[in-house]
Ligand binder design. Structure first.
Ligand SMILES: C[S@@+](CC[C@H](N)C(=O)[O-])C[C@H]1O[C@@H](n2cnc3c(N)ncnc32)[C@H](O)[C@@H]1O
Length: 204
């Protein structure tokens, strides 16, 4: 029987346990998540596409996992994708999909190893919240954007329950460092009755 991970995923929080979880899950992640109707990548890619006139520029898929978010971005017409993740084994699955120009393995205790302004658009789909990266990642990703750059990210219902997560996004908006272009709550993993909000922020 194939081991299931979804019920364990939201209980881990320290970076080493998160990496171990995704390394172990990598081979069966796509099947388990598809079984539950994973909808957020498609919603996020569509939301980002609405605000990008030319999808030909490089997009950074941060926390790309096995590449399901990359596939959704490709389907929306984003031609050049770079992926990054902390899990070697998730990256191996992403590499096998042959959709990324480049893939980087990240150290979760270090700032993202990318130059400011290298990407006009960044995606972090299913990456912030319980079982993945802490909300500080939002600050790190916004810091990578030049003015006018876009970040699409999602918070699932578990992440929304922790008010610090949305609170941090609101700080960016309230202090004028970002403009909220899109916020929509919708299906995340319908198979387990979980929804998510997808946001598009523009760096001001
Ligand atoms: C739920 S999966 C989402 C993967 C992919 N974006 C998708 O939509 O299928 C979360 C991913 O975030 C990665 N991750 C967790 N913490 C991270 C961090 N601090 N920085 C970057 N990626 C991280 C995990 O290794 C995992 O591949």
């Amino acid at each position: 029987m194939v081991e299931k991970f979804l019920d364990k995923a939201y209980g881990v929080d320290d970076p080493d346990s998160v990496r171990d979880l995704y390394d172990s899950w990598s081979a069966s992640y796509d099947a388990e998540i598809a079984e539950n109707g994973y909808a957020t990548p498609g919603r996020a890619a569509k939301a980002l596409r609405k605000y990008i006139s030319d999808p030909g520029g490089p997009v950074l898929d941060y926390g790309c996992g096995t590449g399901l978010s990359g596939l959704a971005l490709k389907l929306e017409g984003f031609a050049v994708l770079d992926g990054a993740d902390i899990s070697t084994e998730m990256l191996a699955q992403a590499r096998a999909k042959n959709i990324y120009r480049d893939l980087s393995e990240l150290d979760p205790s270090a700032p993202p190893p990318f130059d400011k302004g290298a990407y006009a658009a960044i995606a972090a789909v299913g990456v912030i919240g319980a079982g993945a990266a802490p909300i500080g990642l939002l600050d790190d990703l916004m810091a990578l954007l030049d003015s006018g750059g876009l970040l699409v990210f999602s918070l699932n219902d578990h992440a929304l329950k922790d008010r610090r997560n949305k609170g941090r996004m609101n700080e960016h908006i309230d202090t004028g460092s970002a403009r909220l272009l899109h916020a929509k709550h919708g299906p995340h993993l319908p198979g387990i009755g979980l929804k998510s909000s997808v946001y598009v922020l523009e760096k001001t």
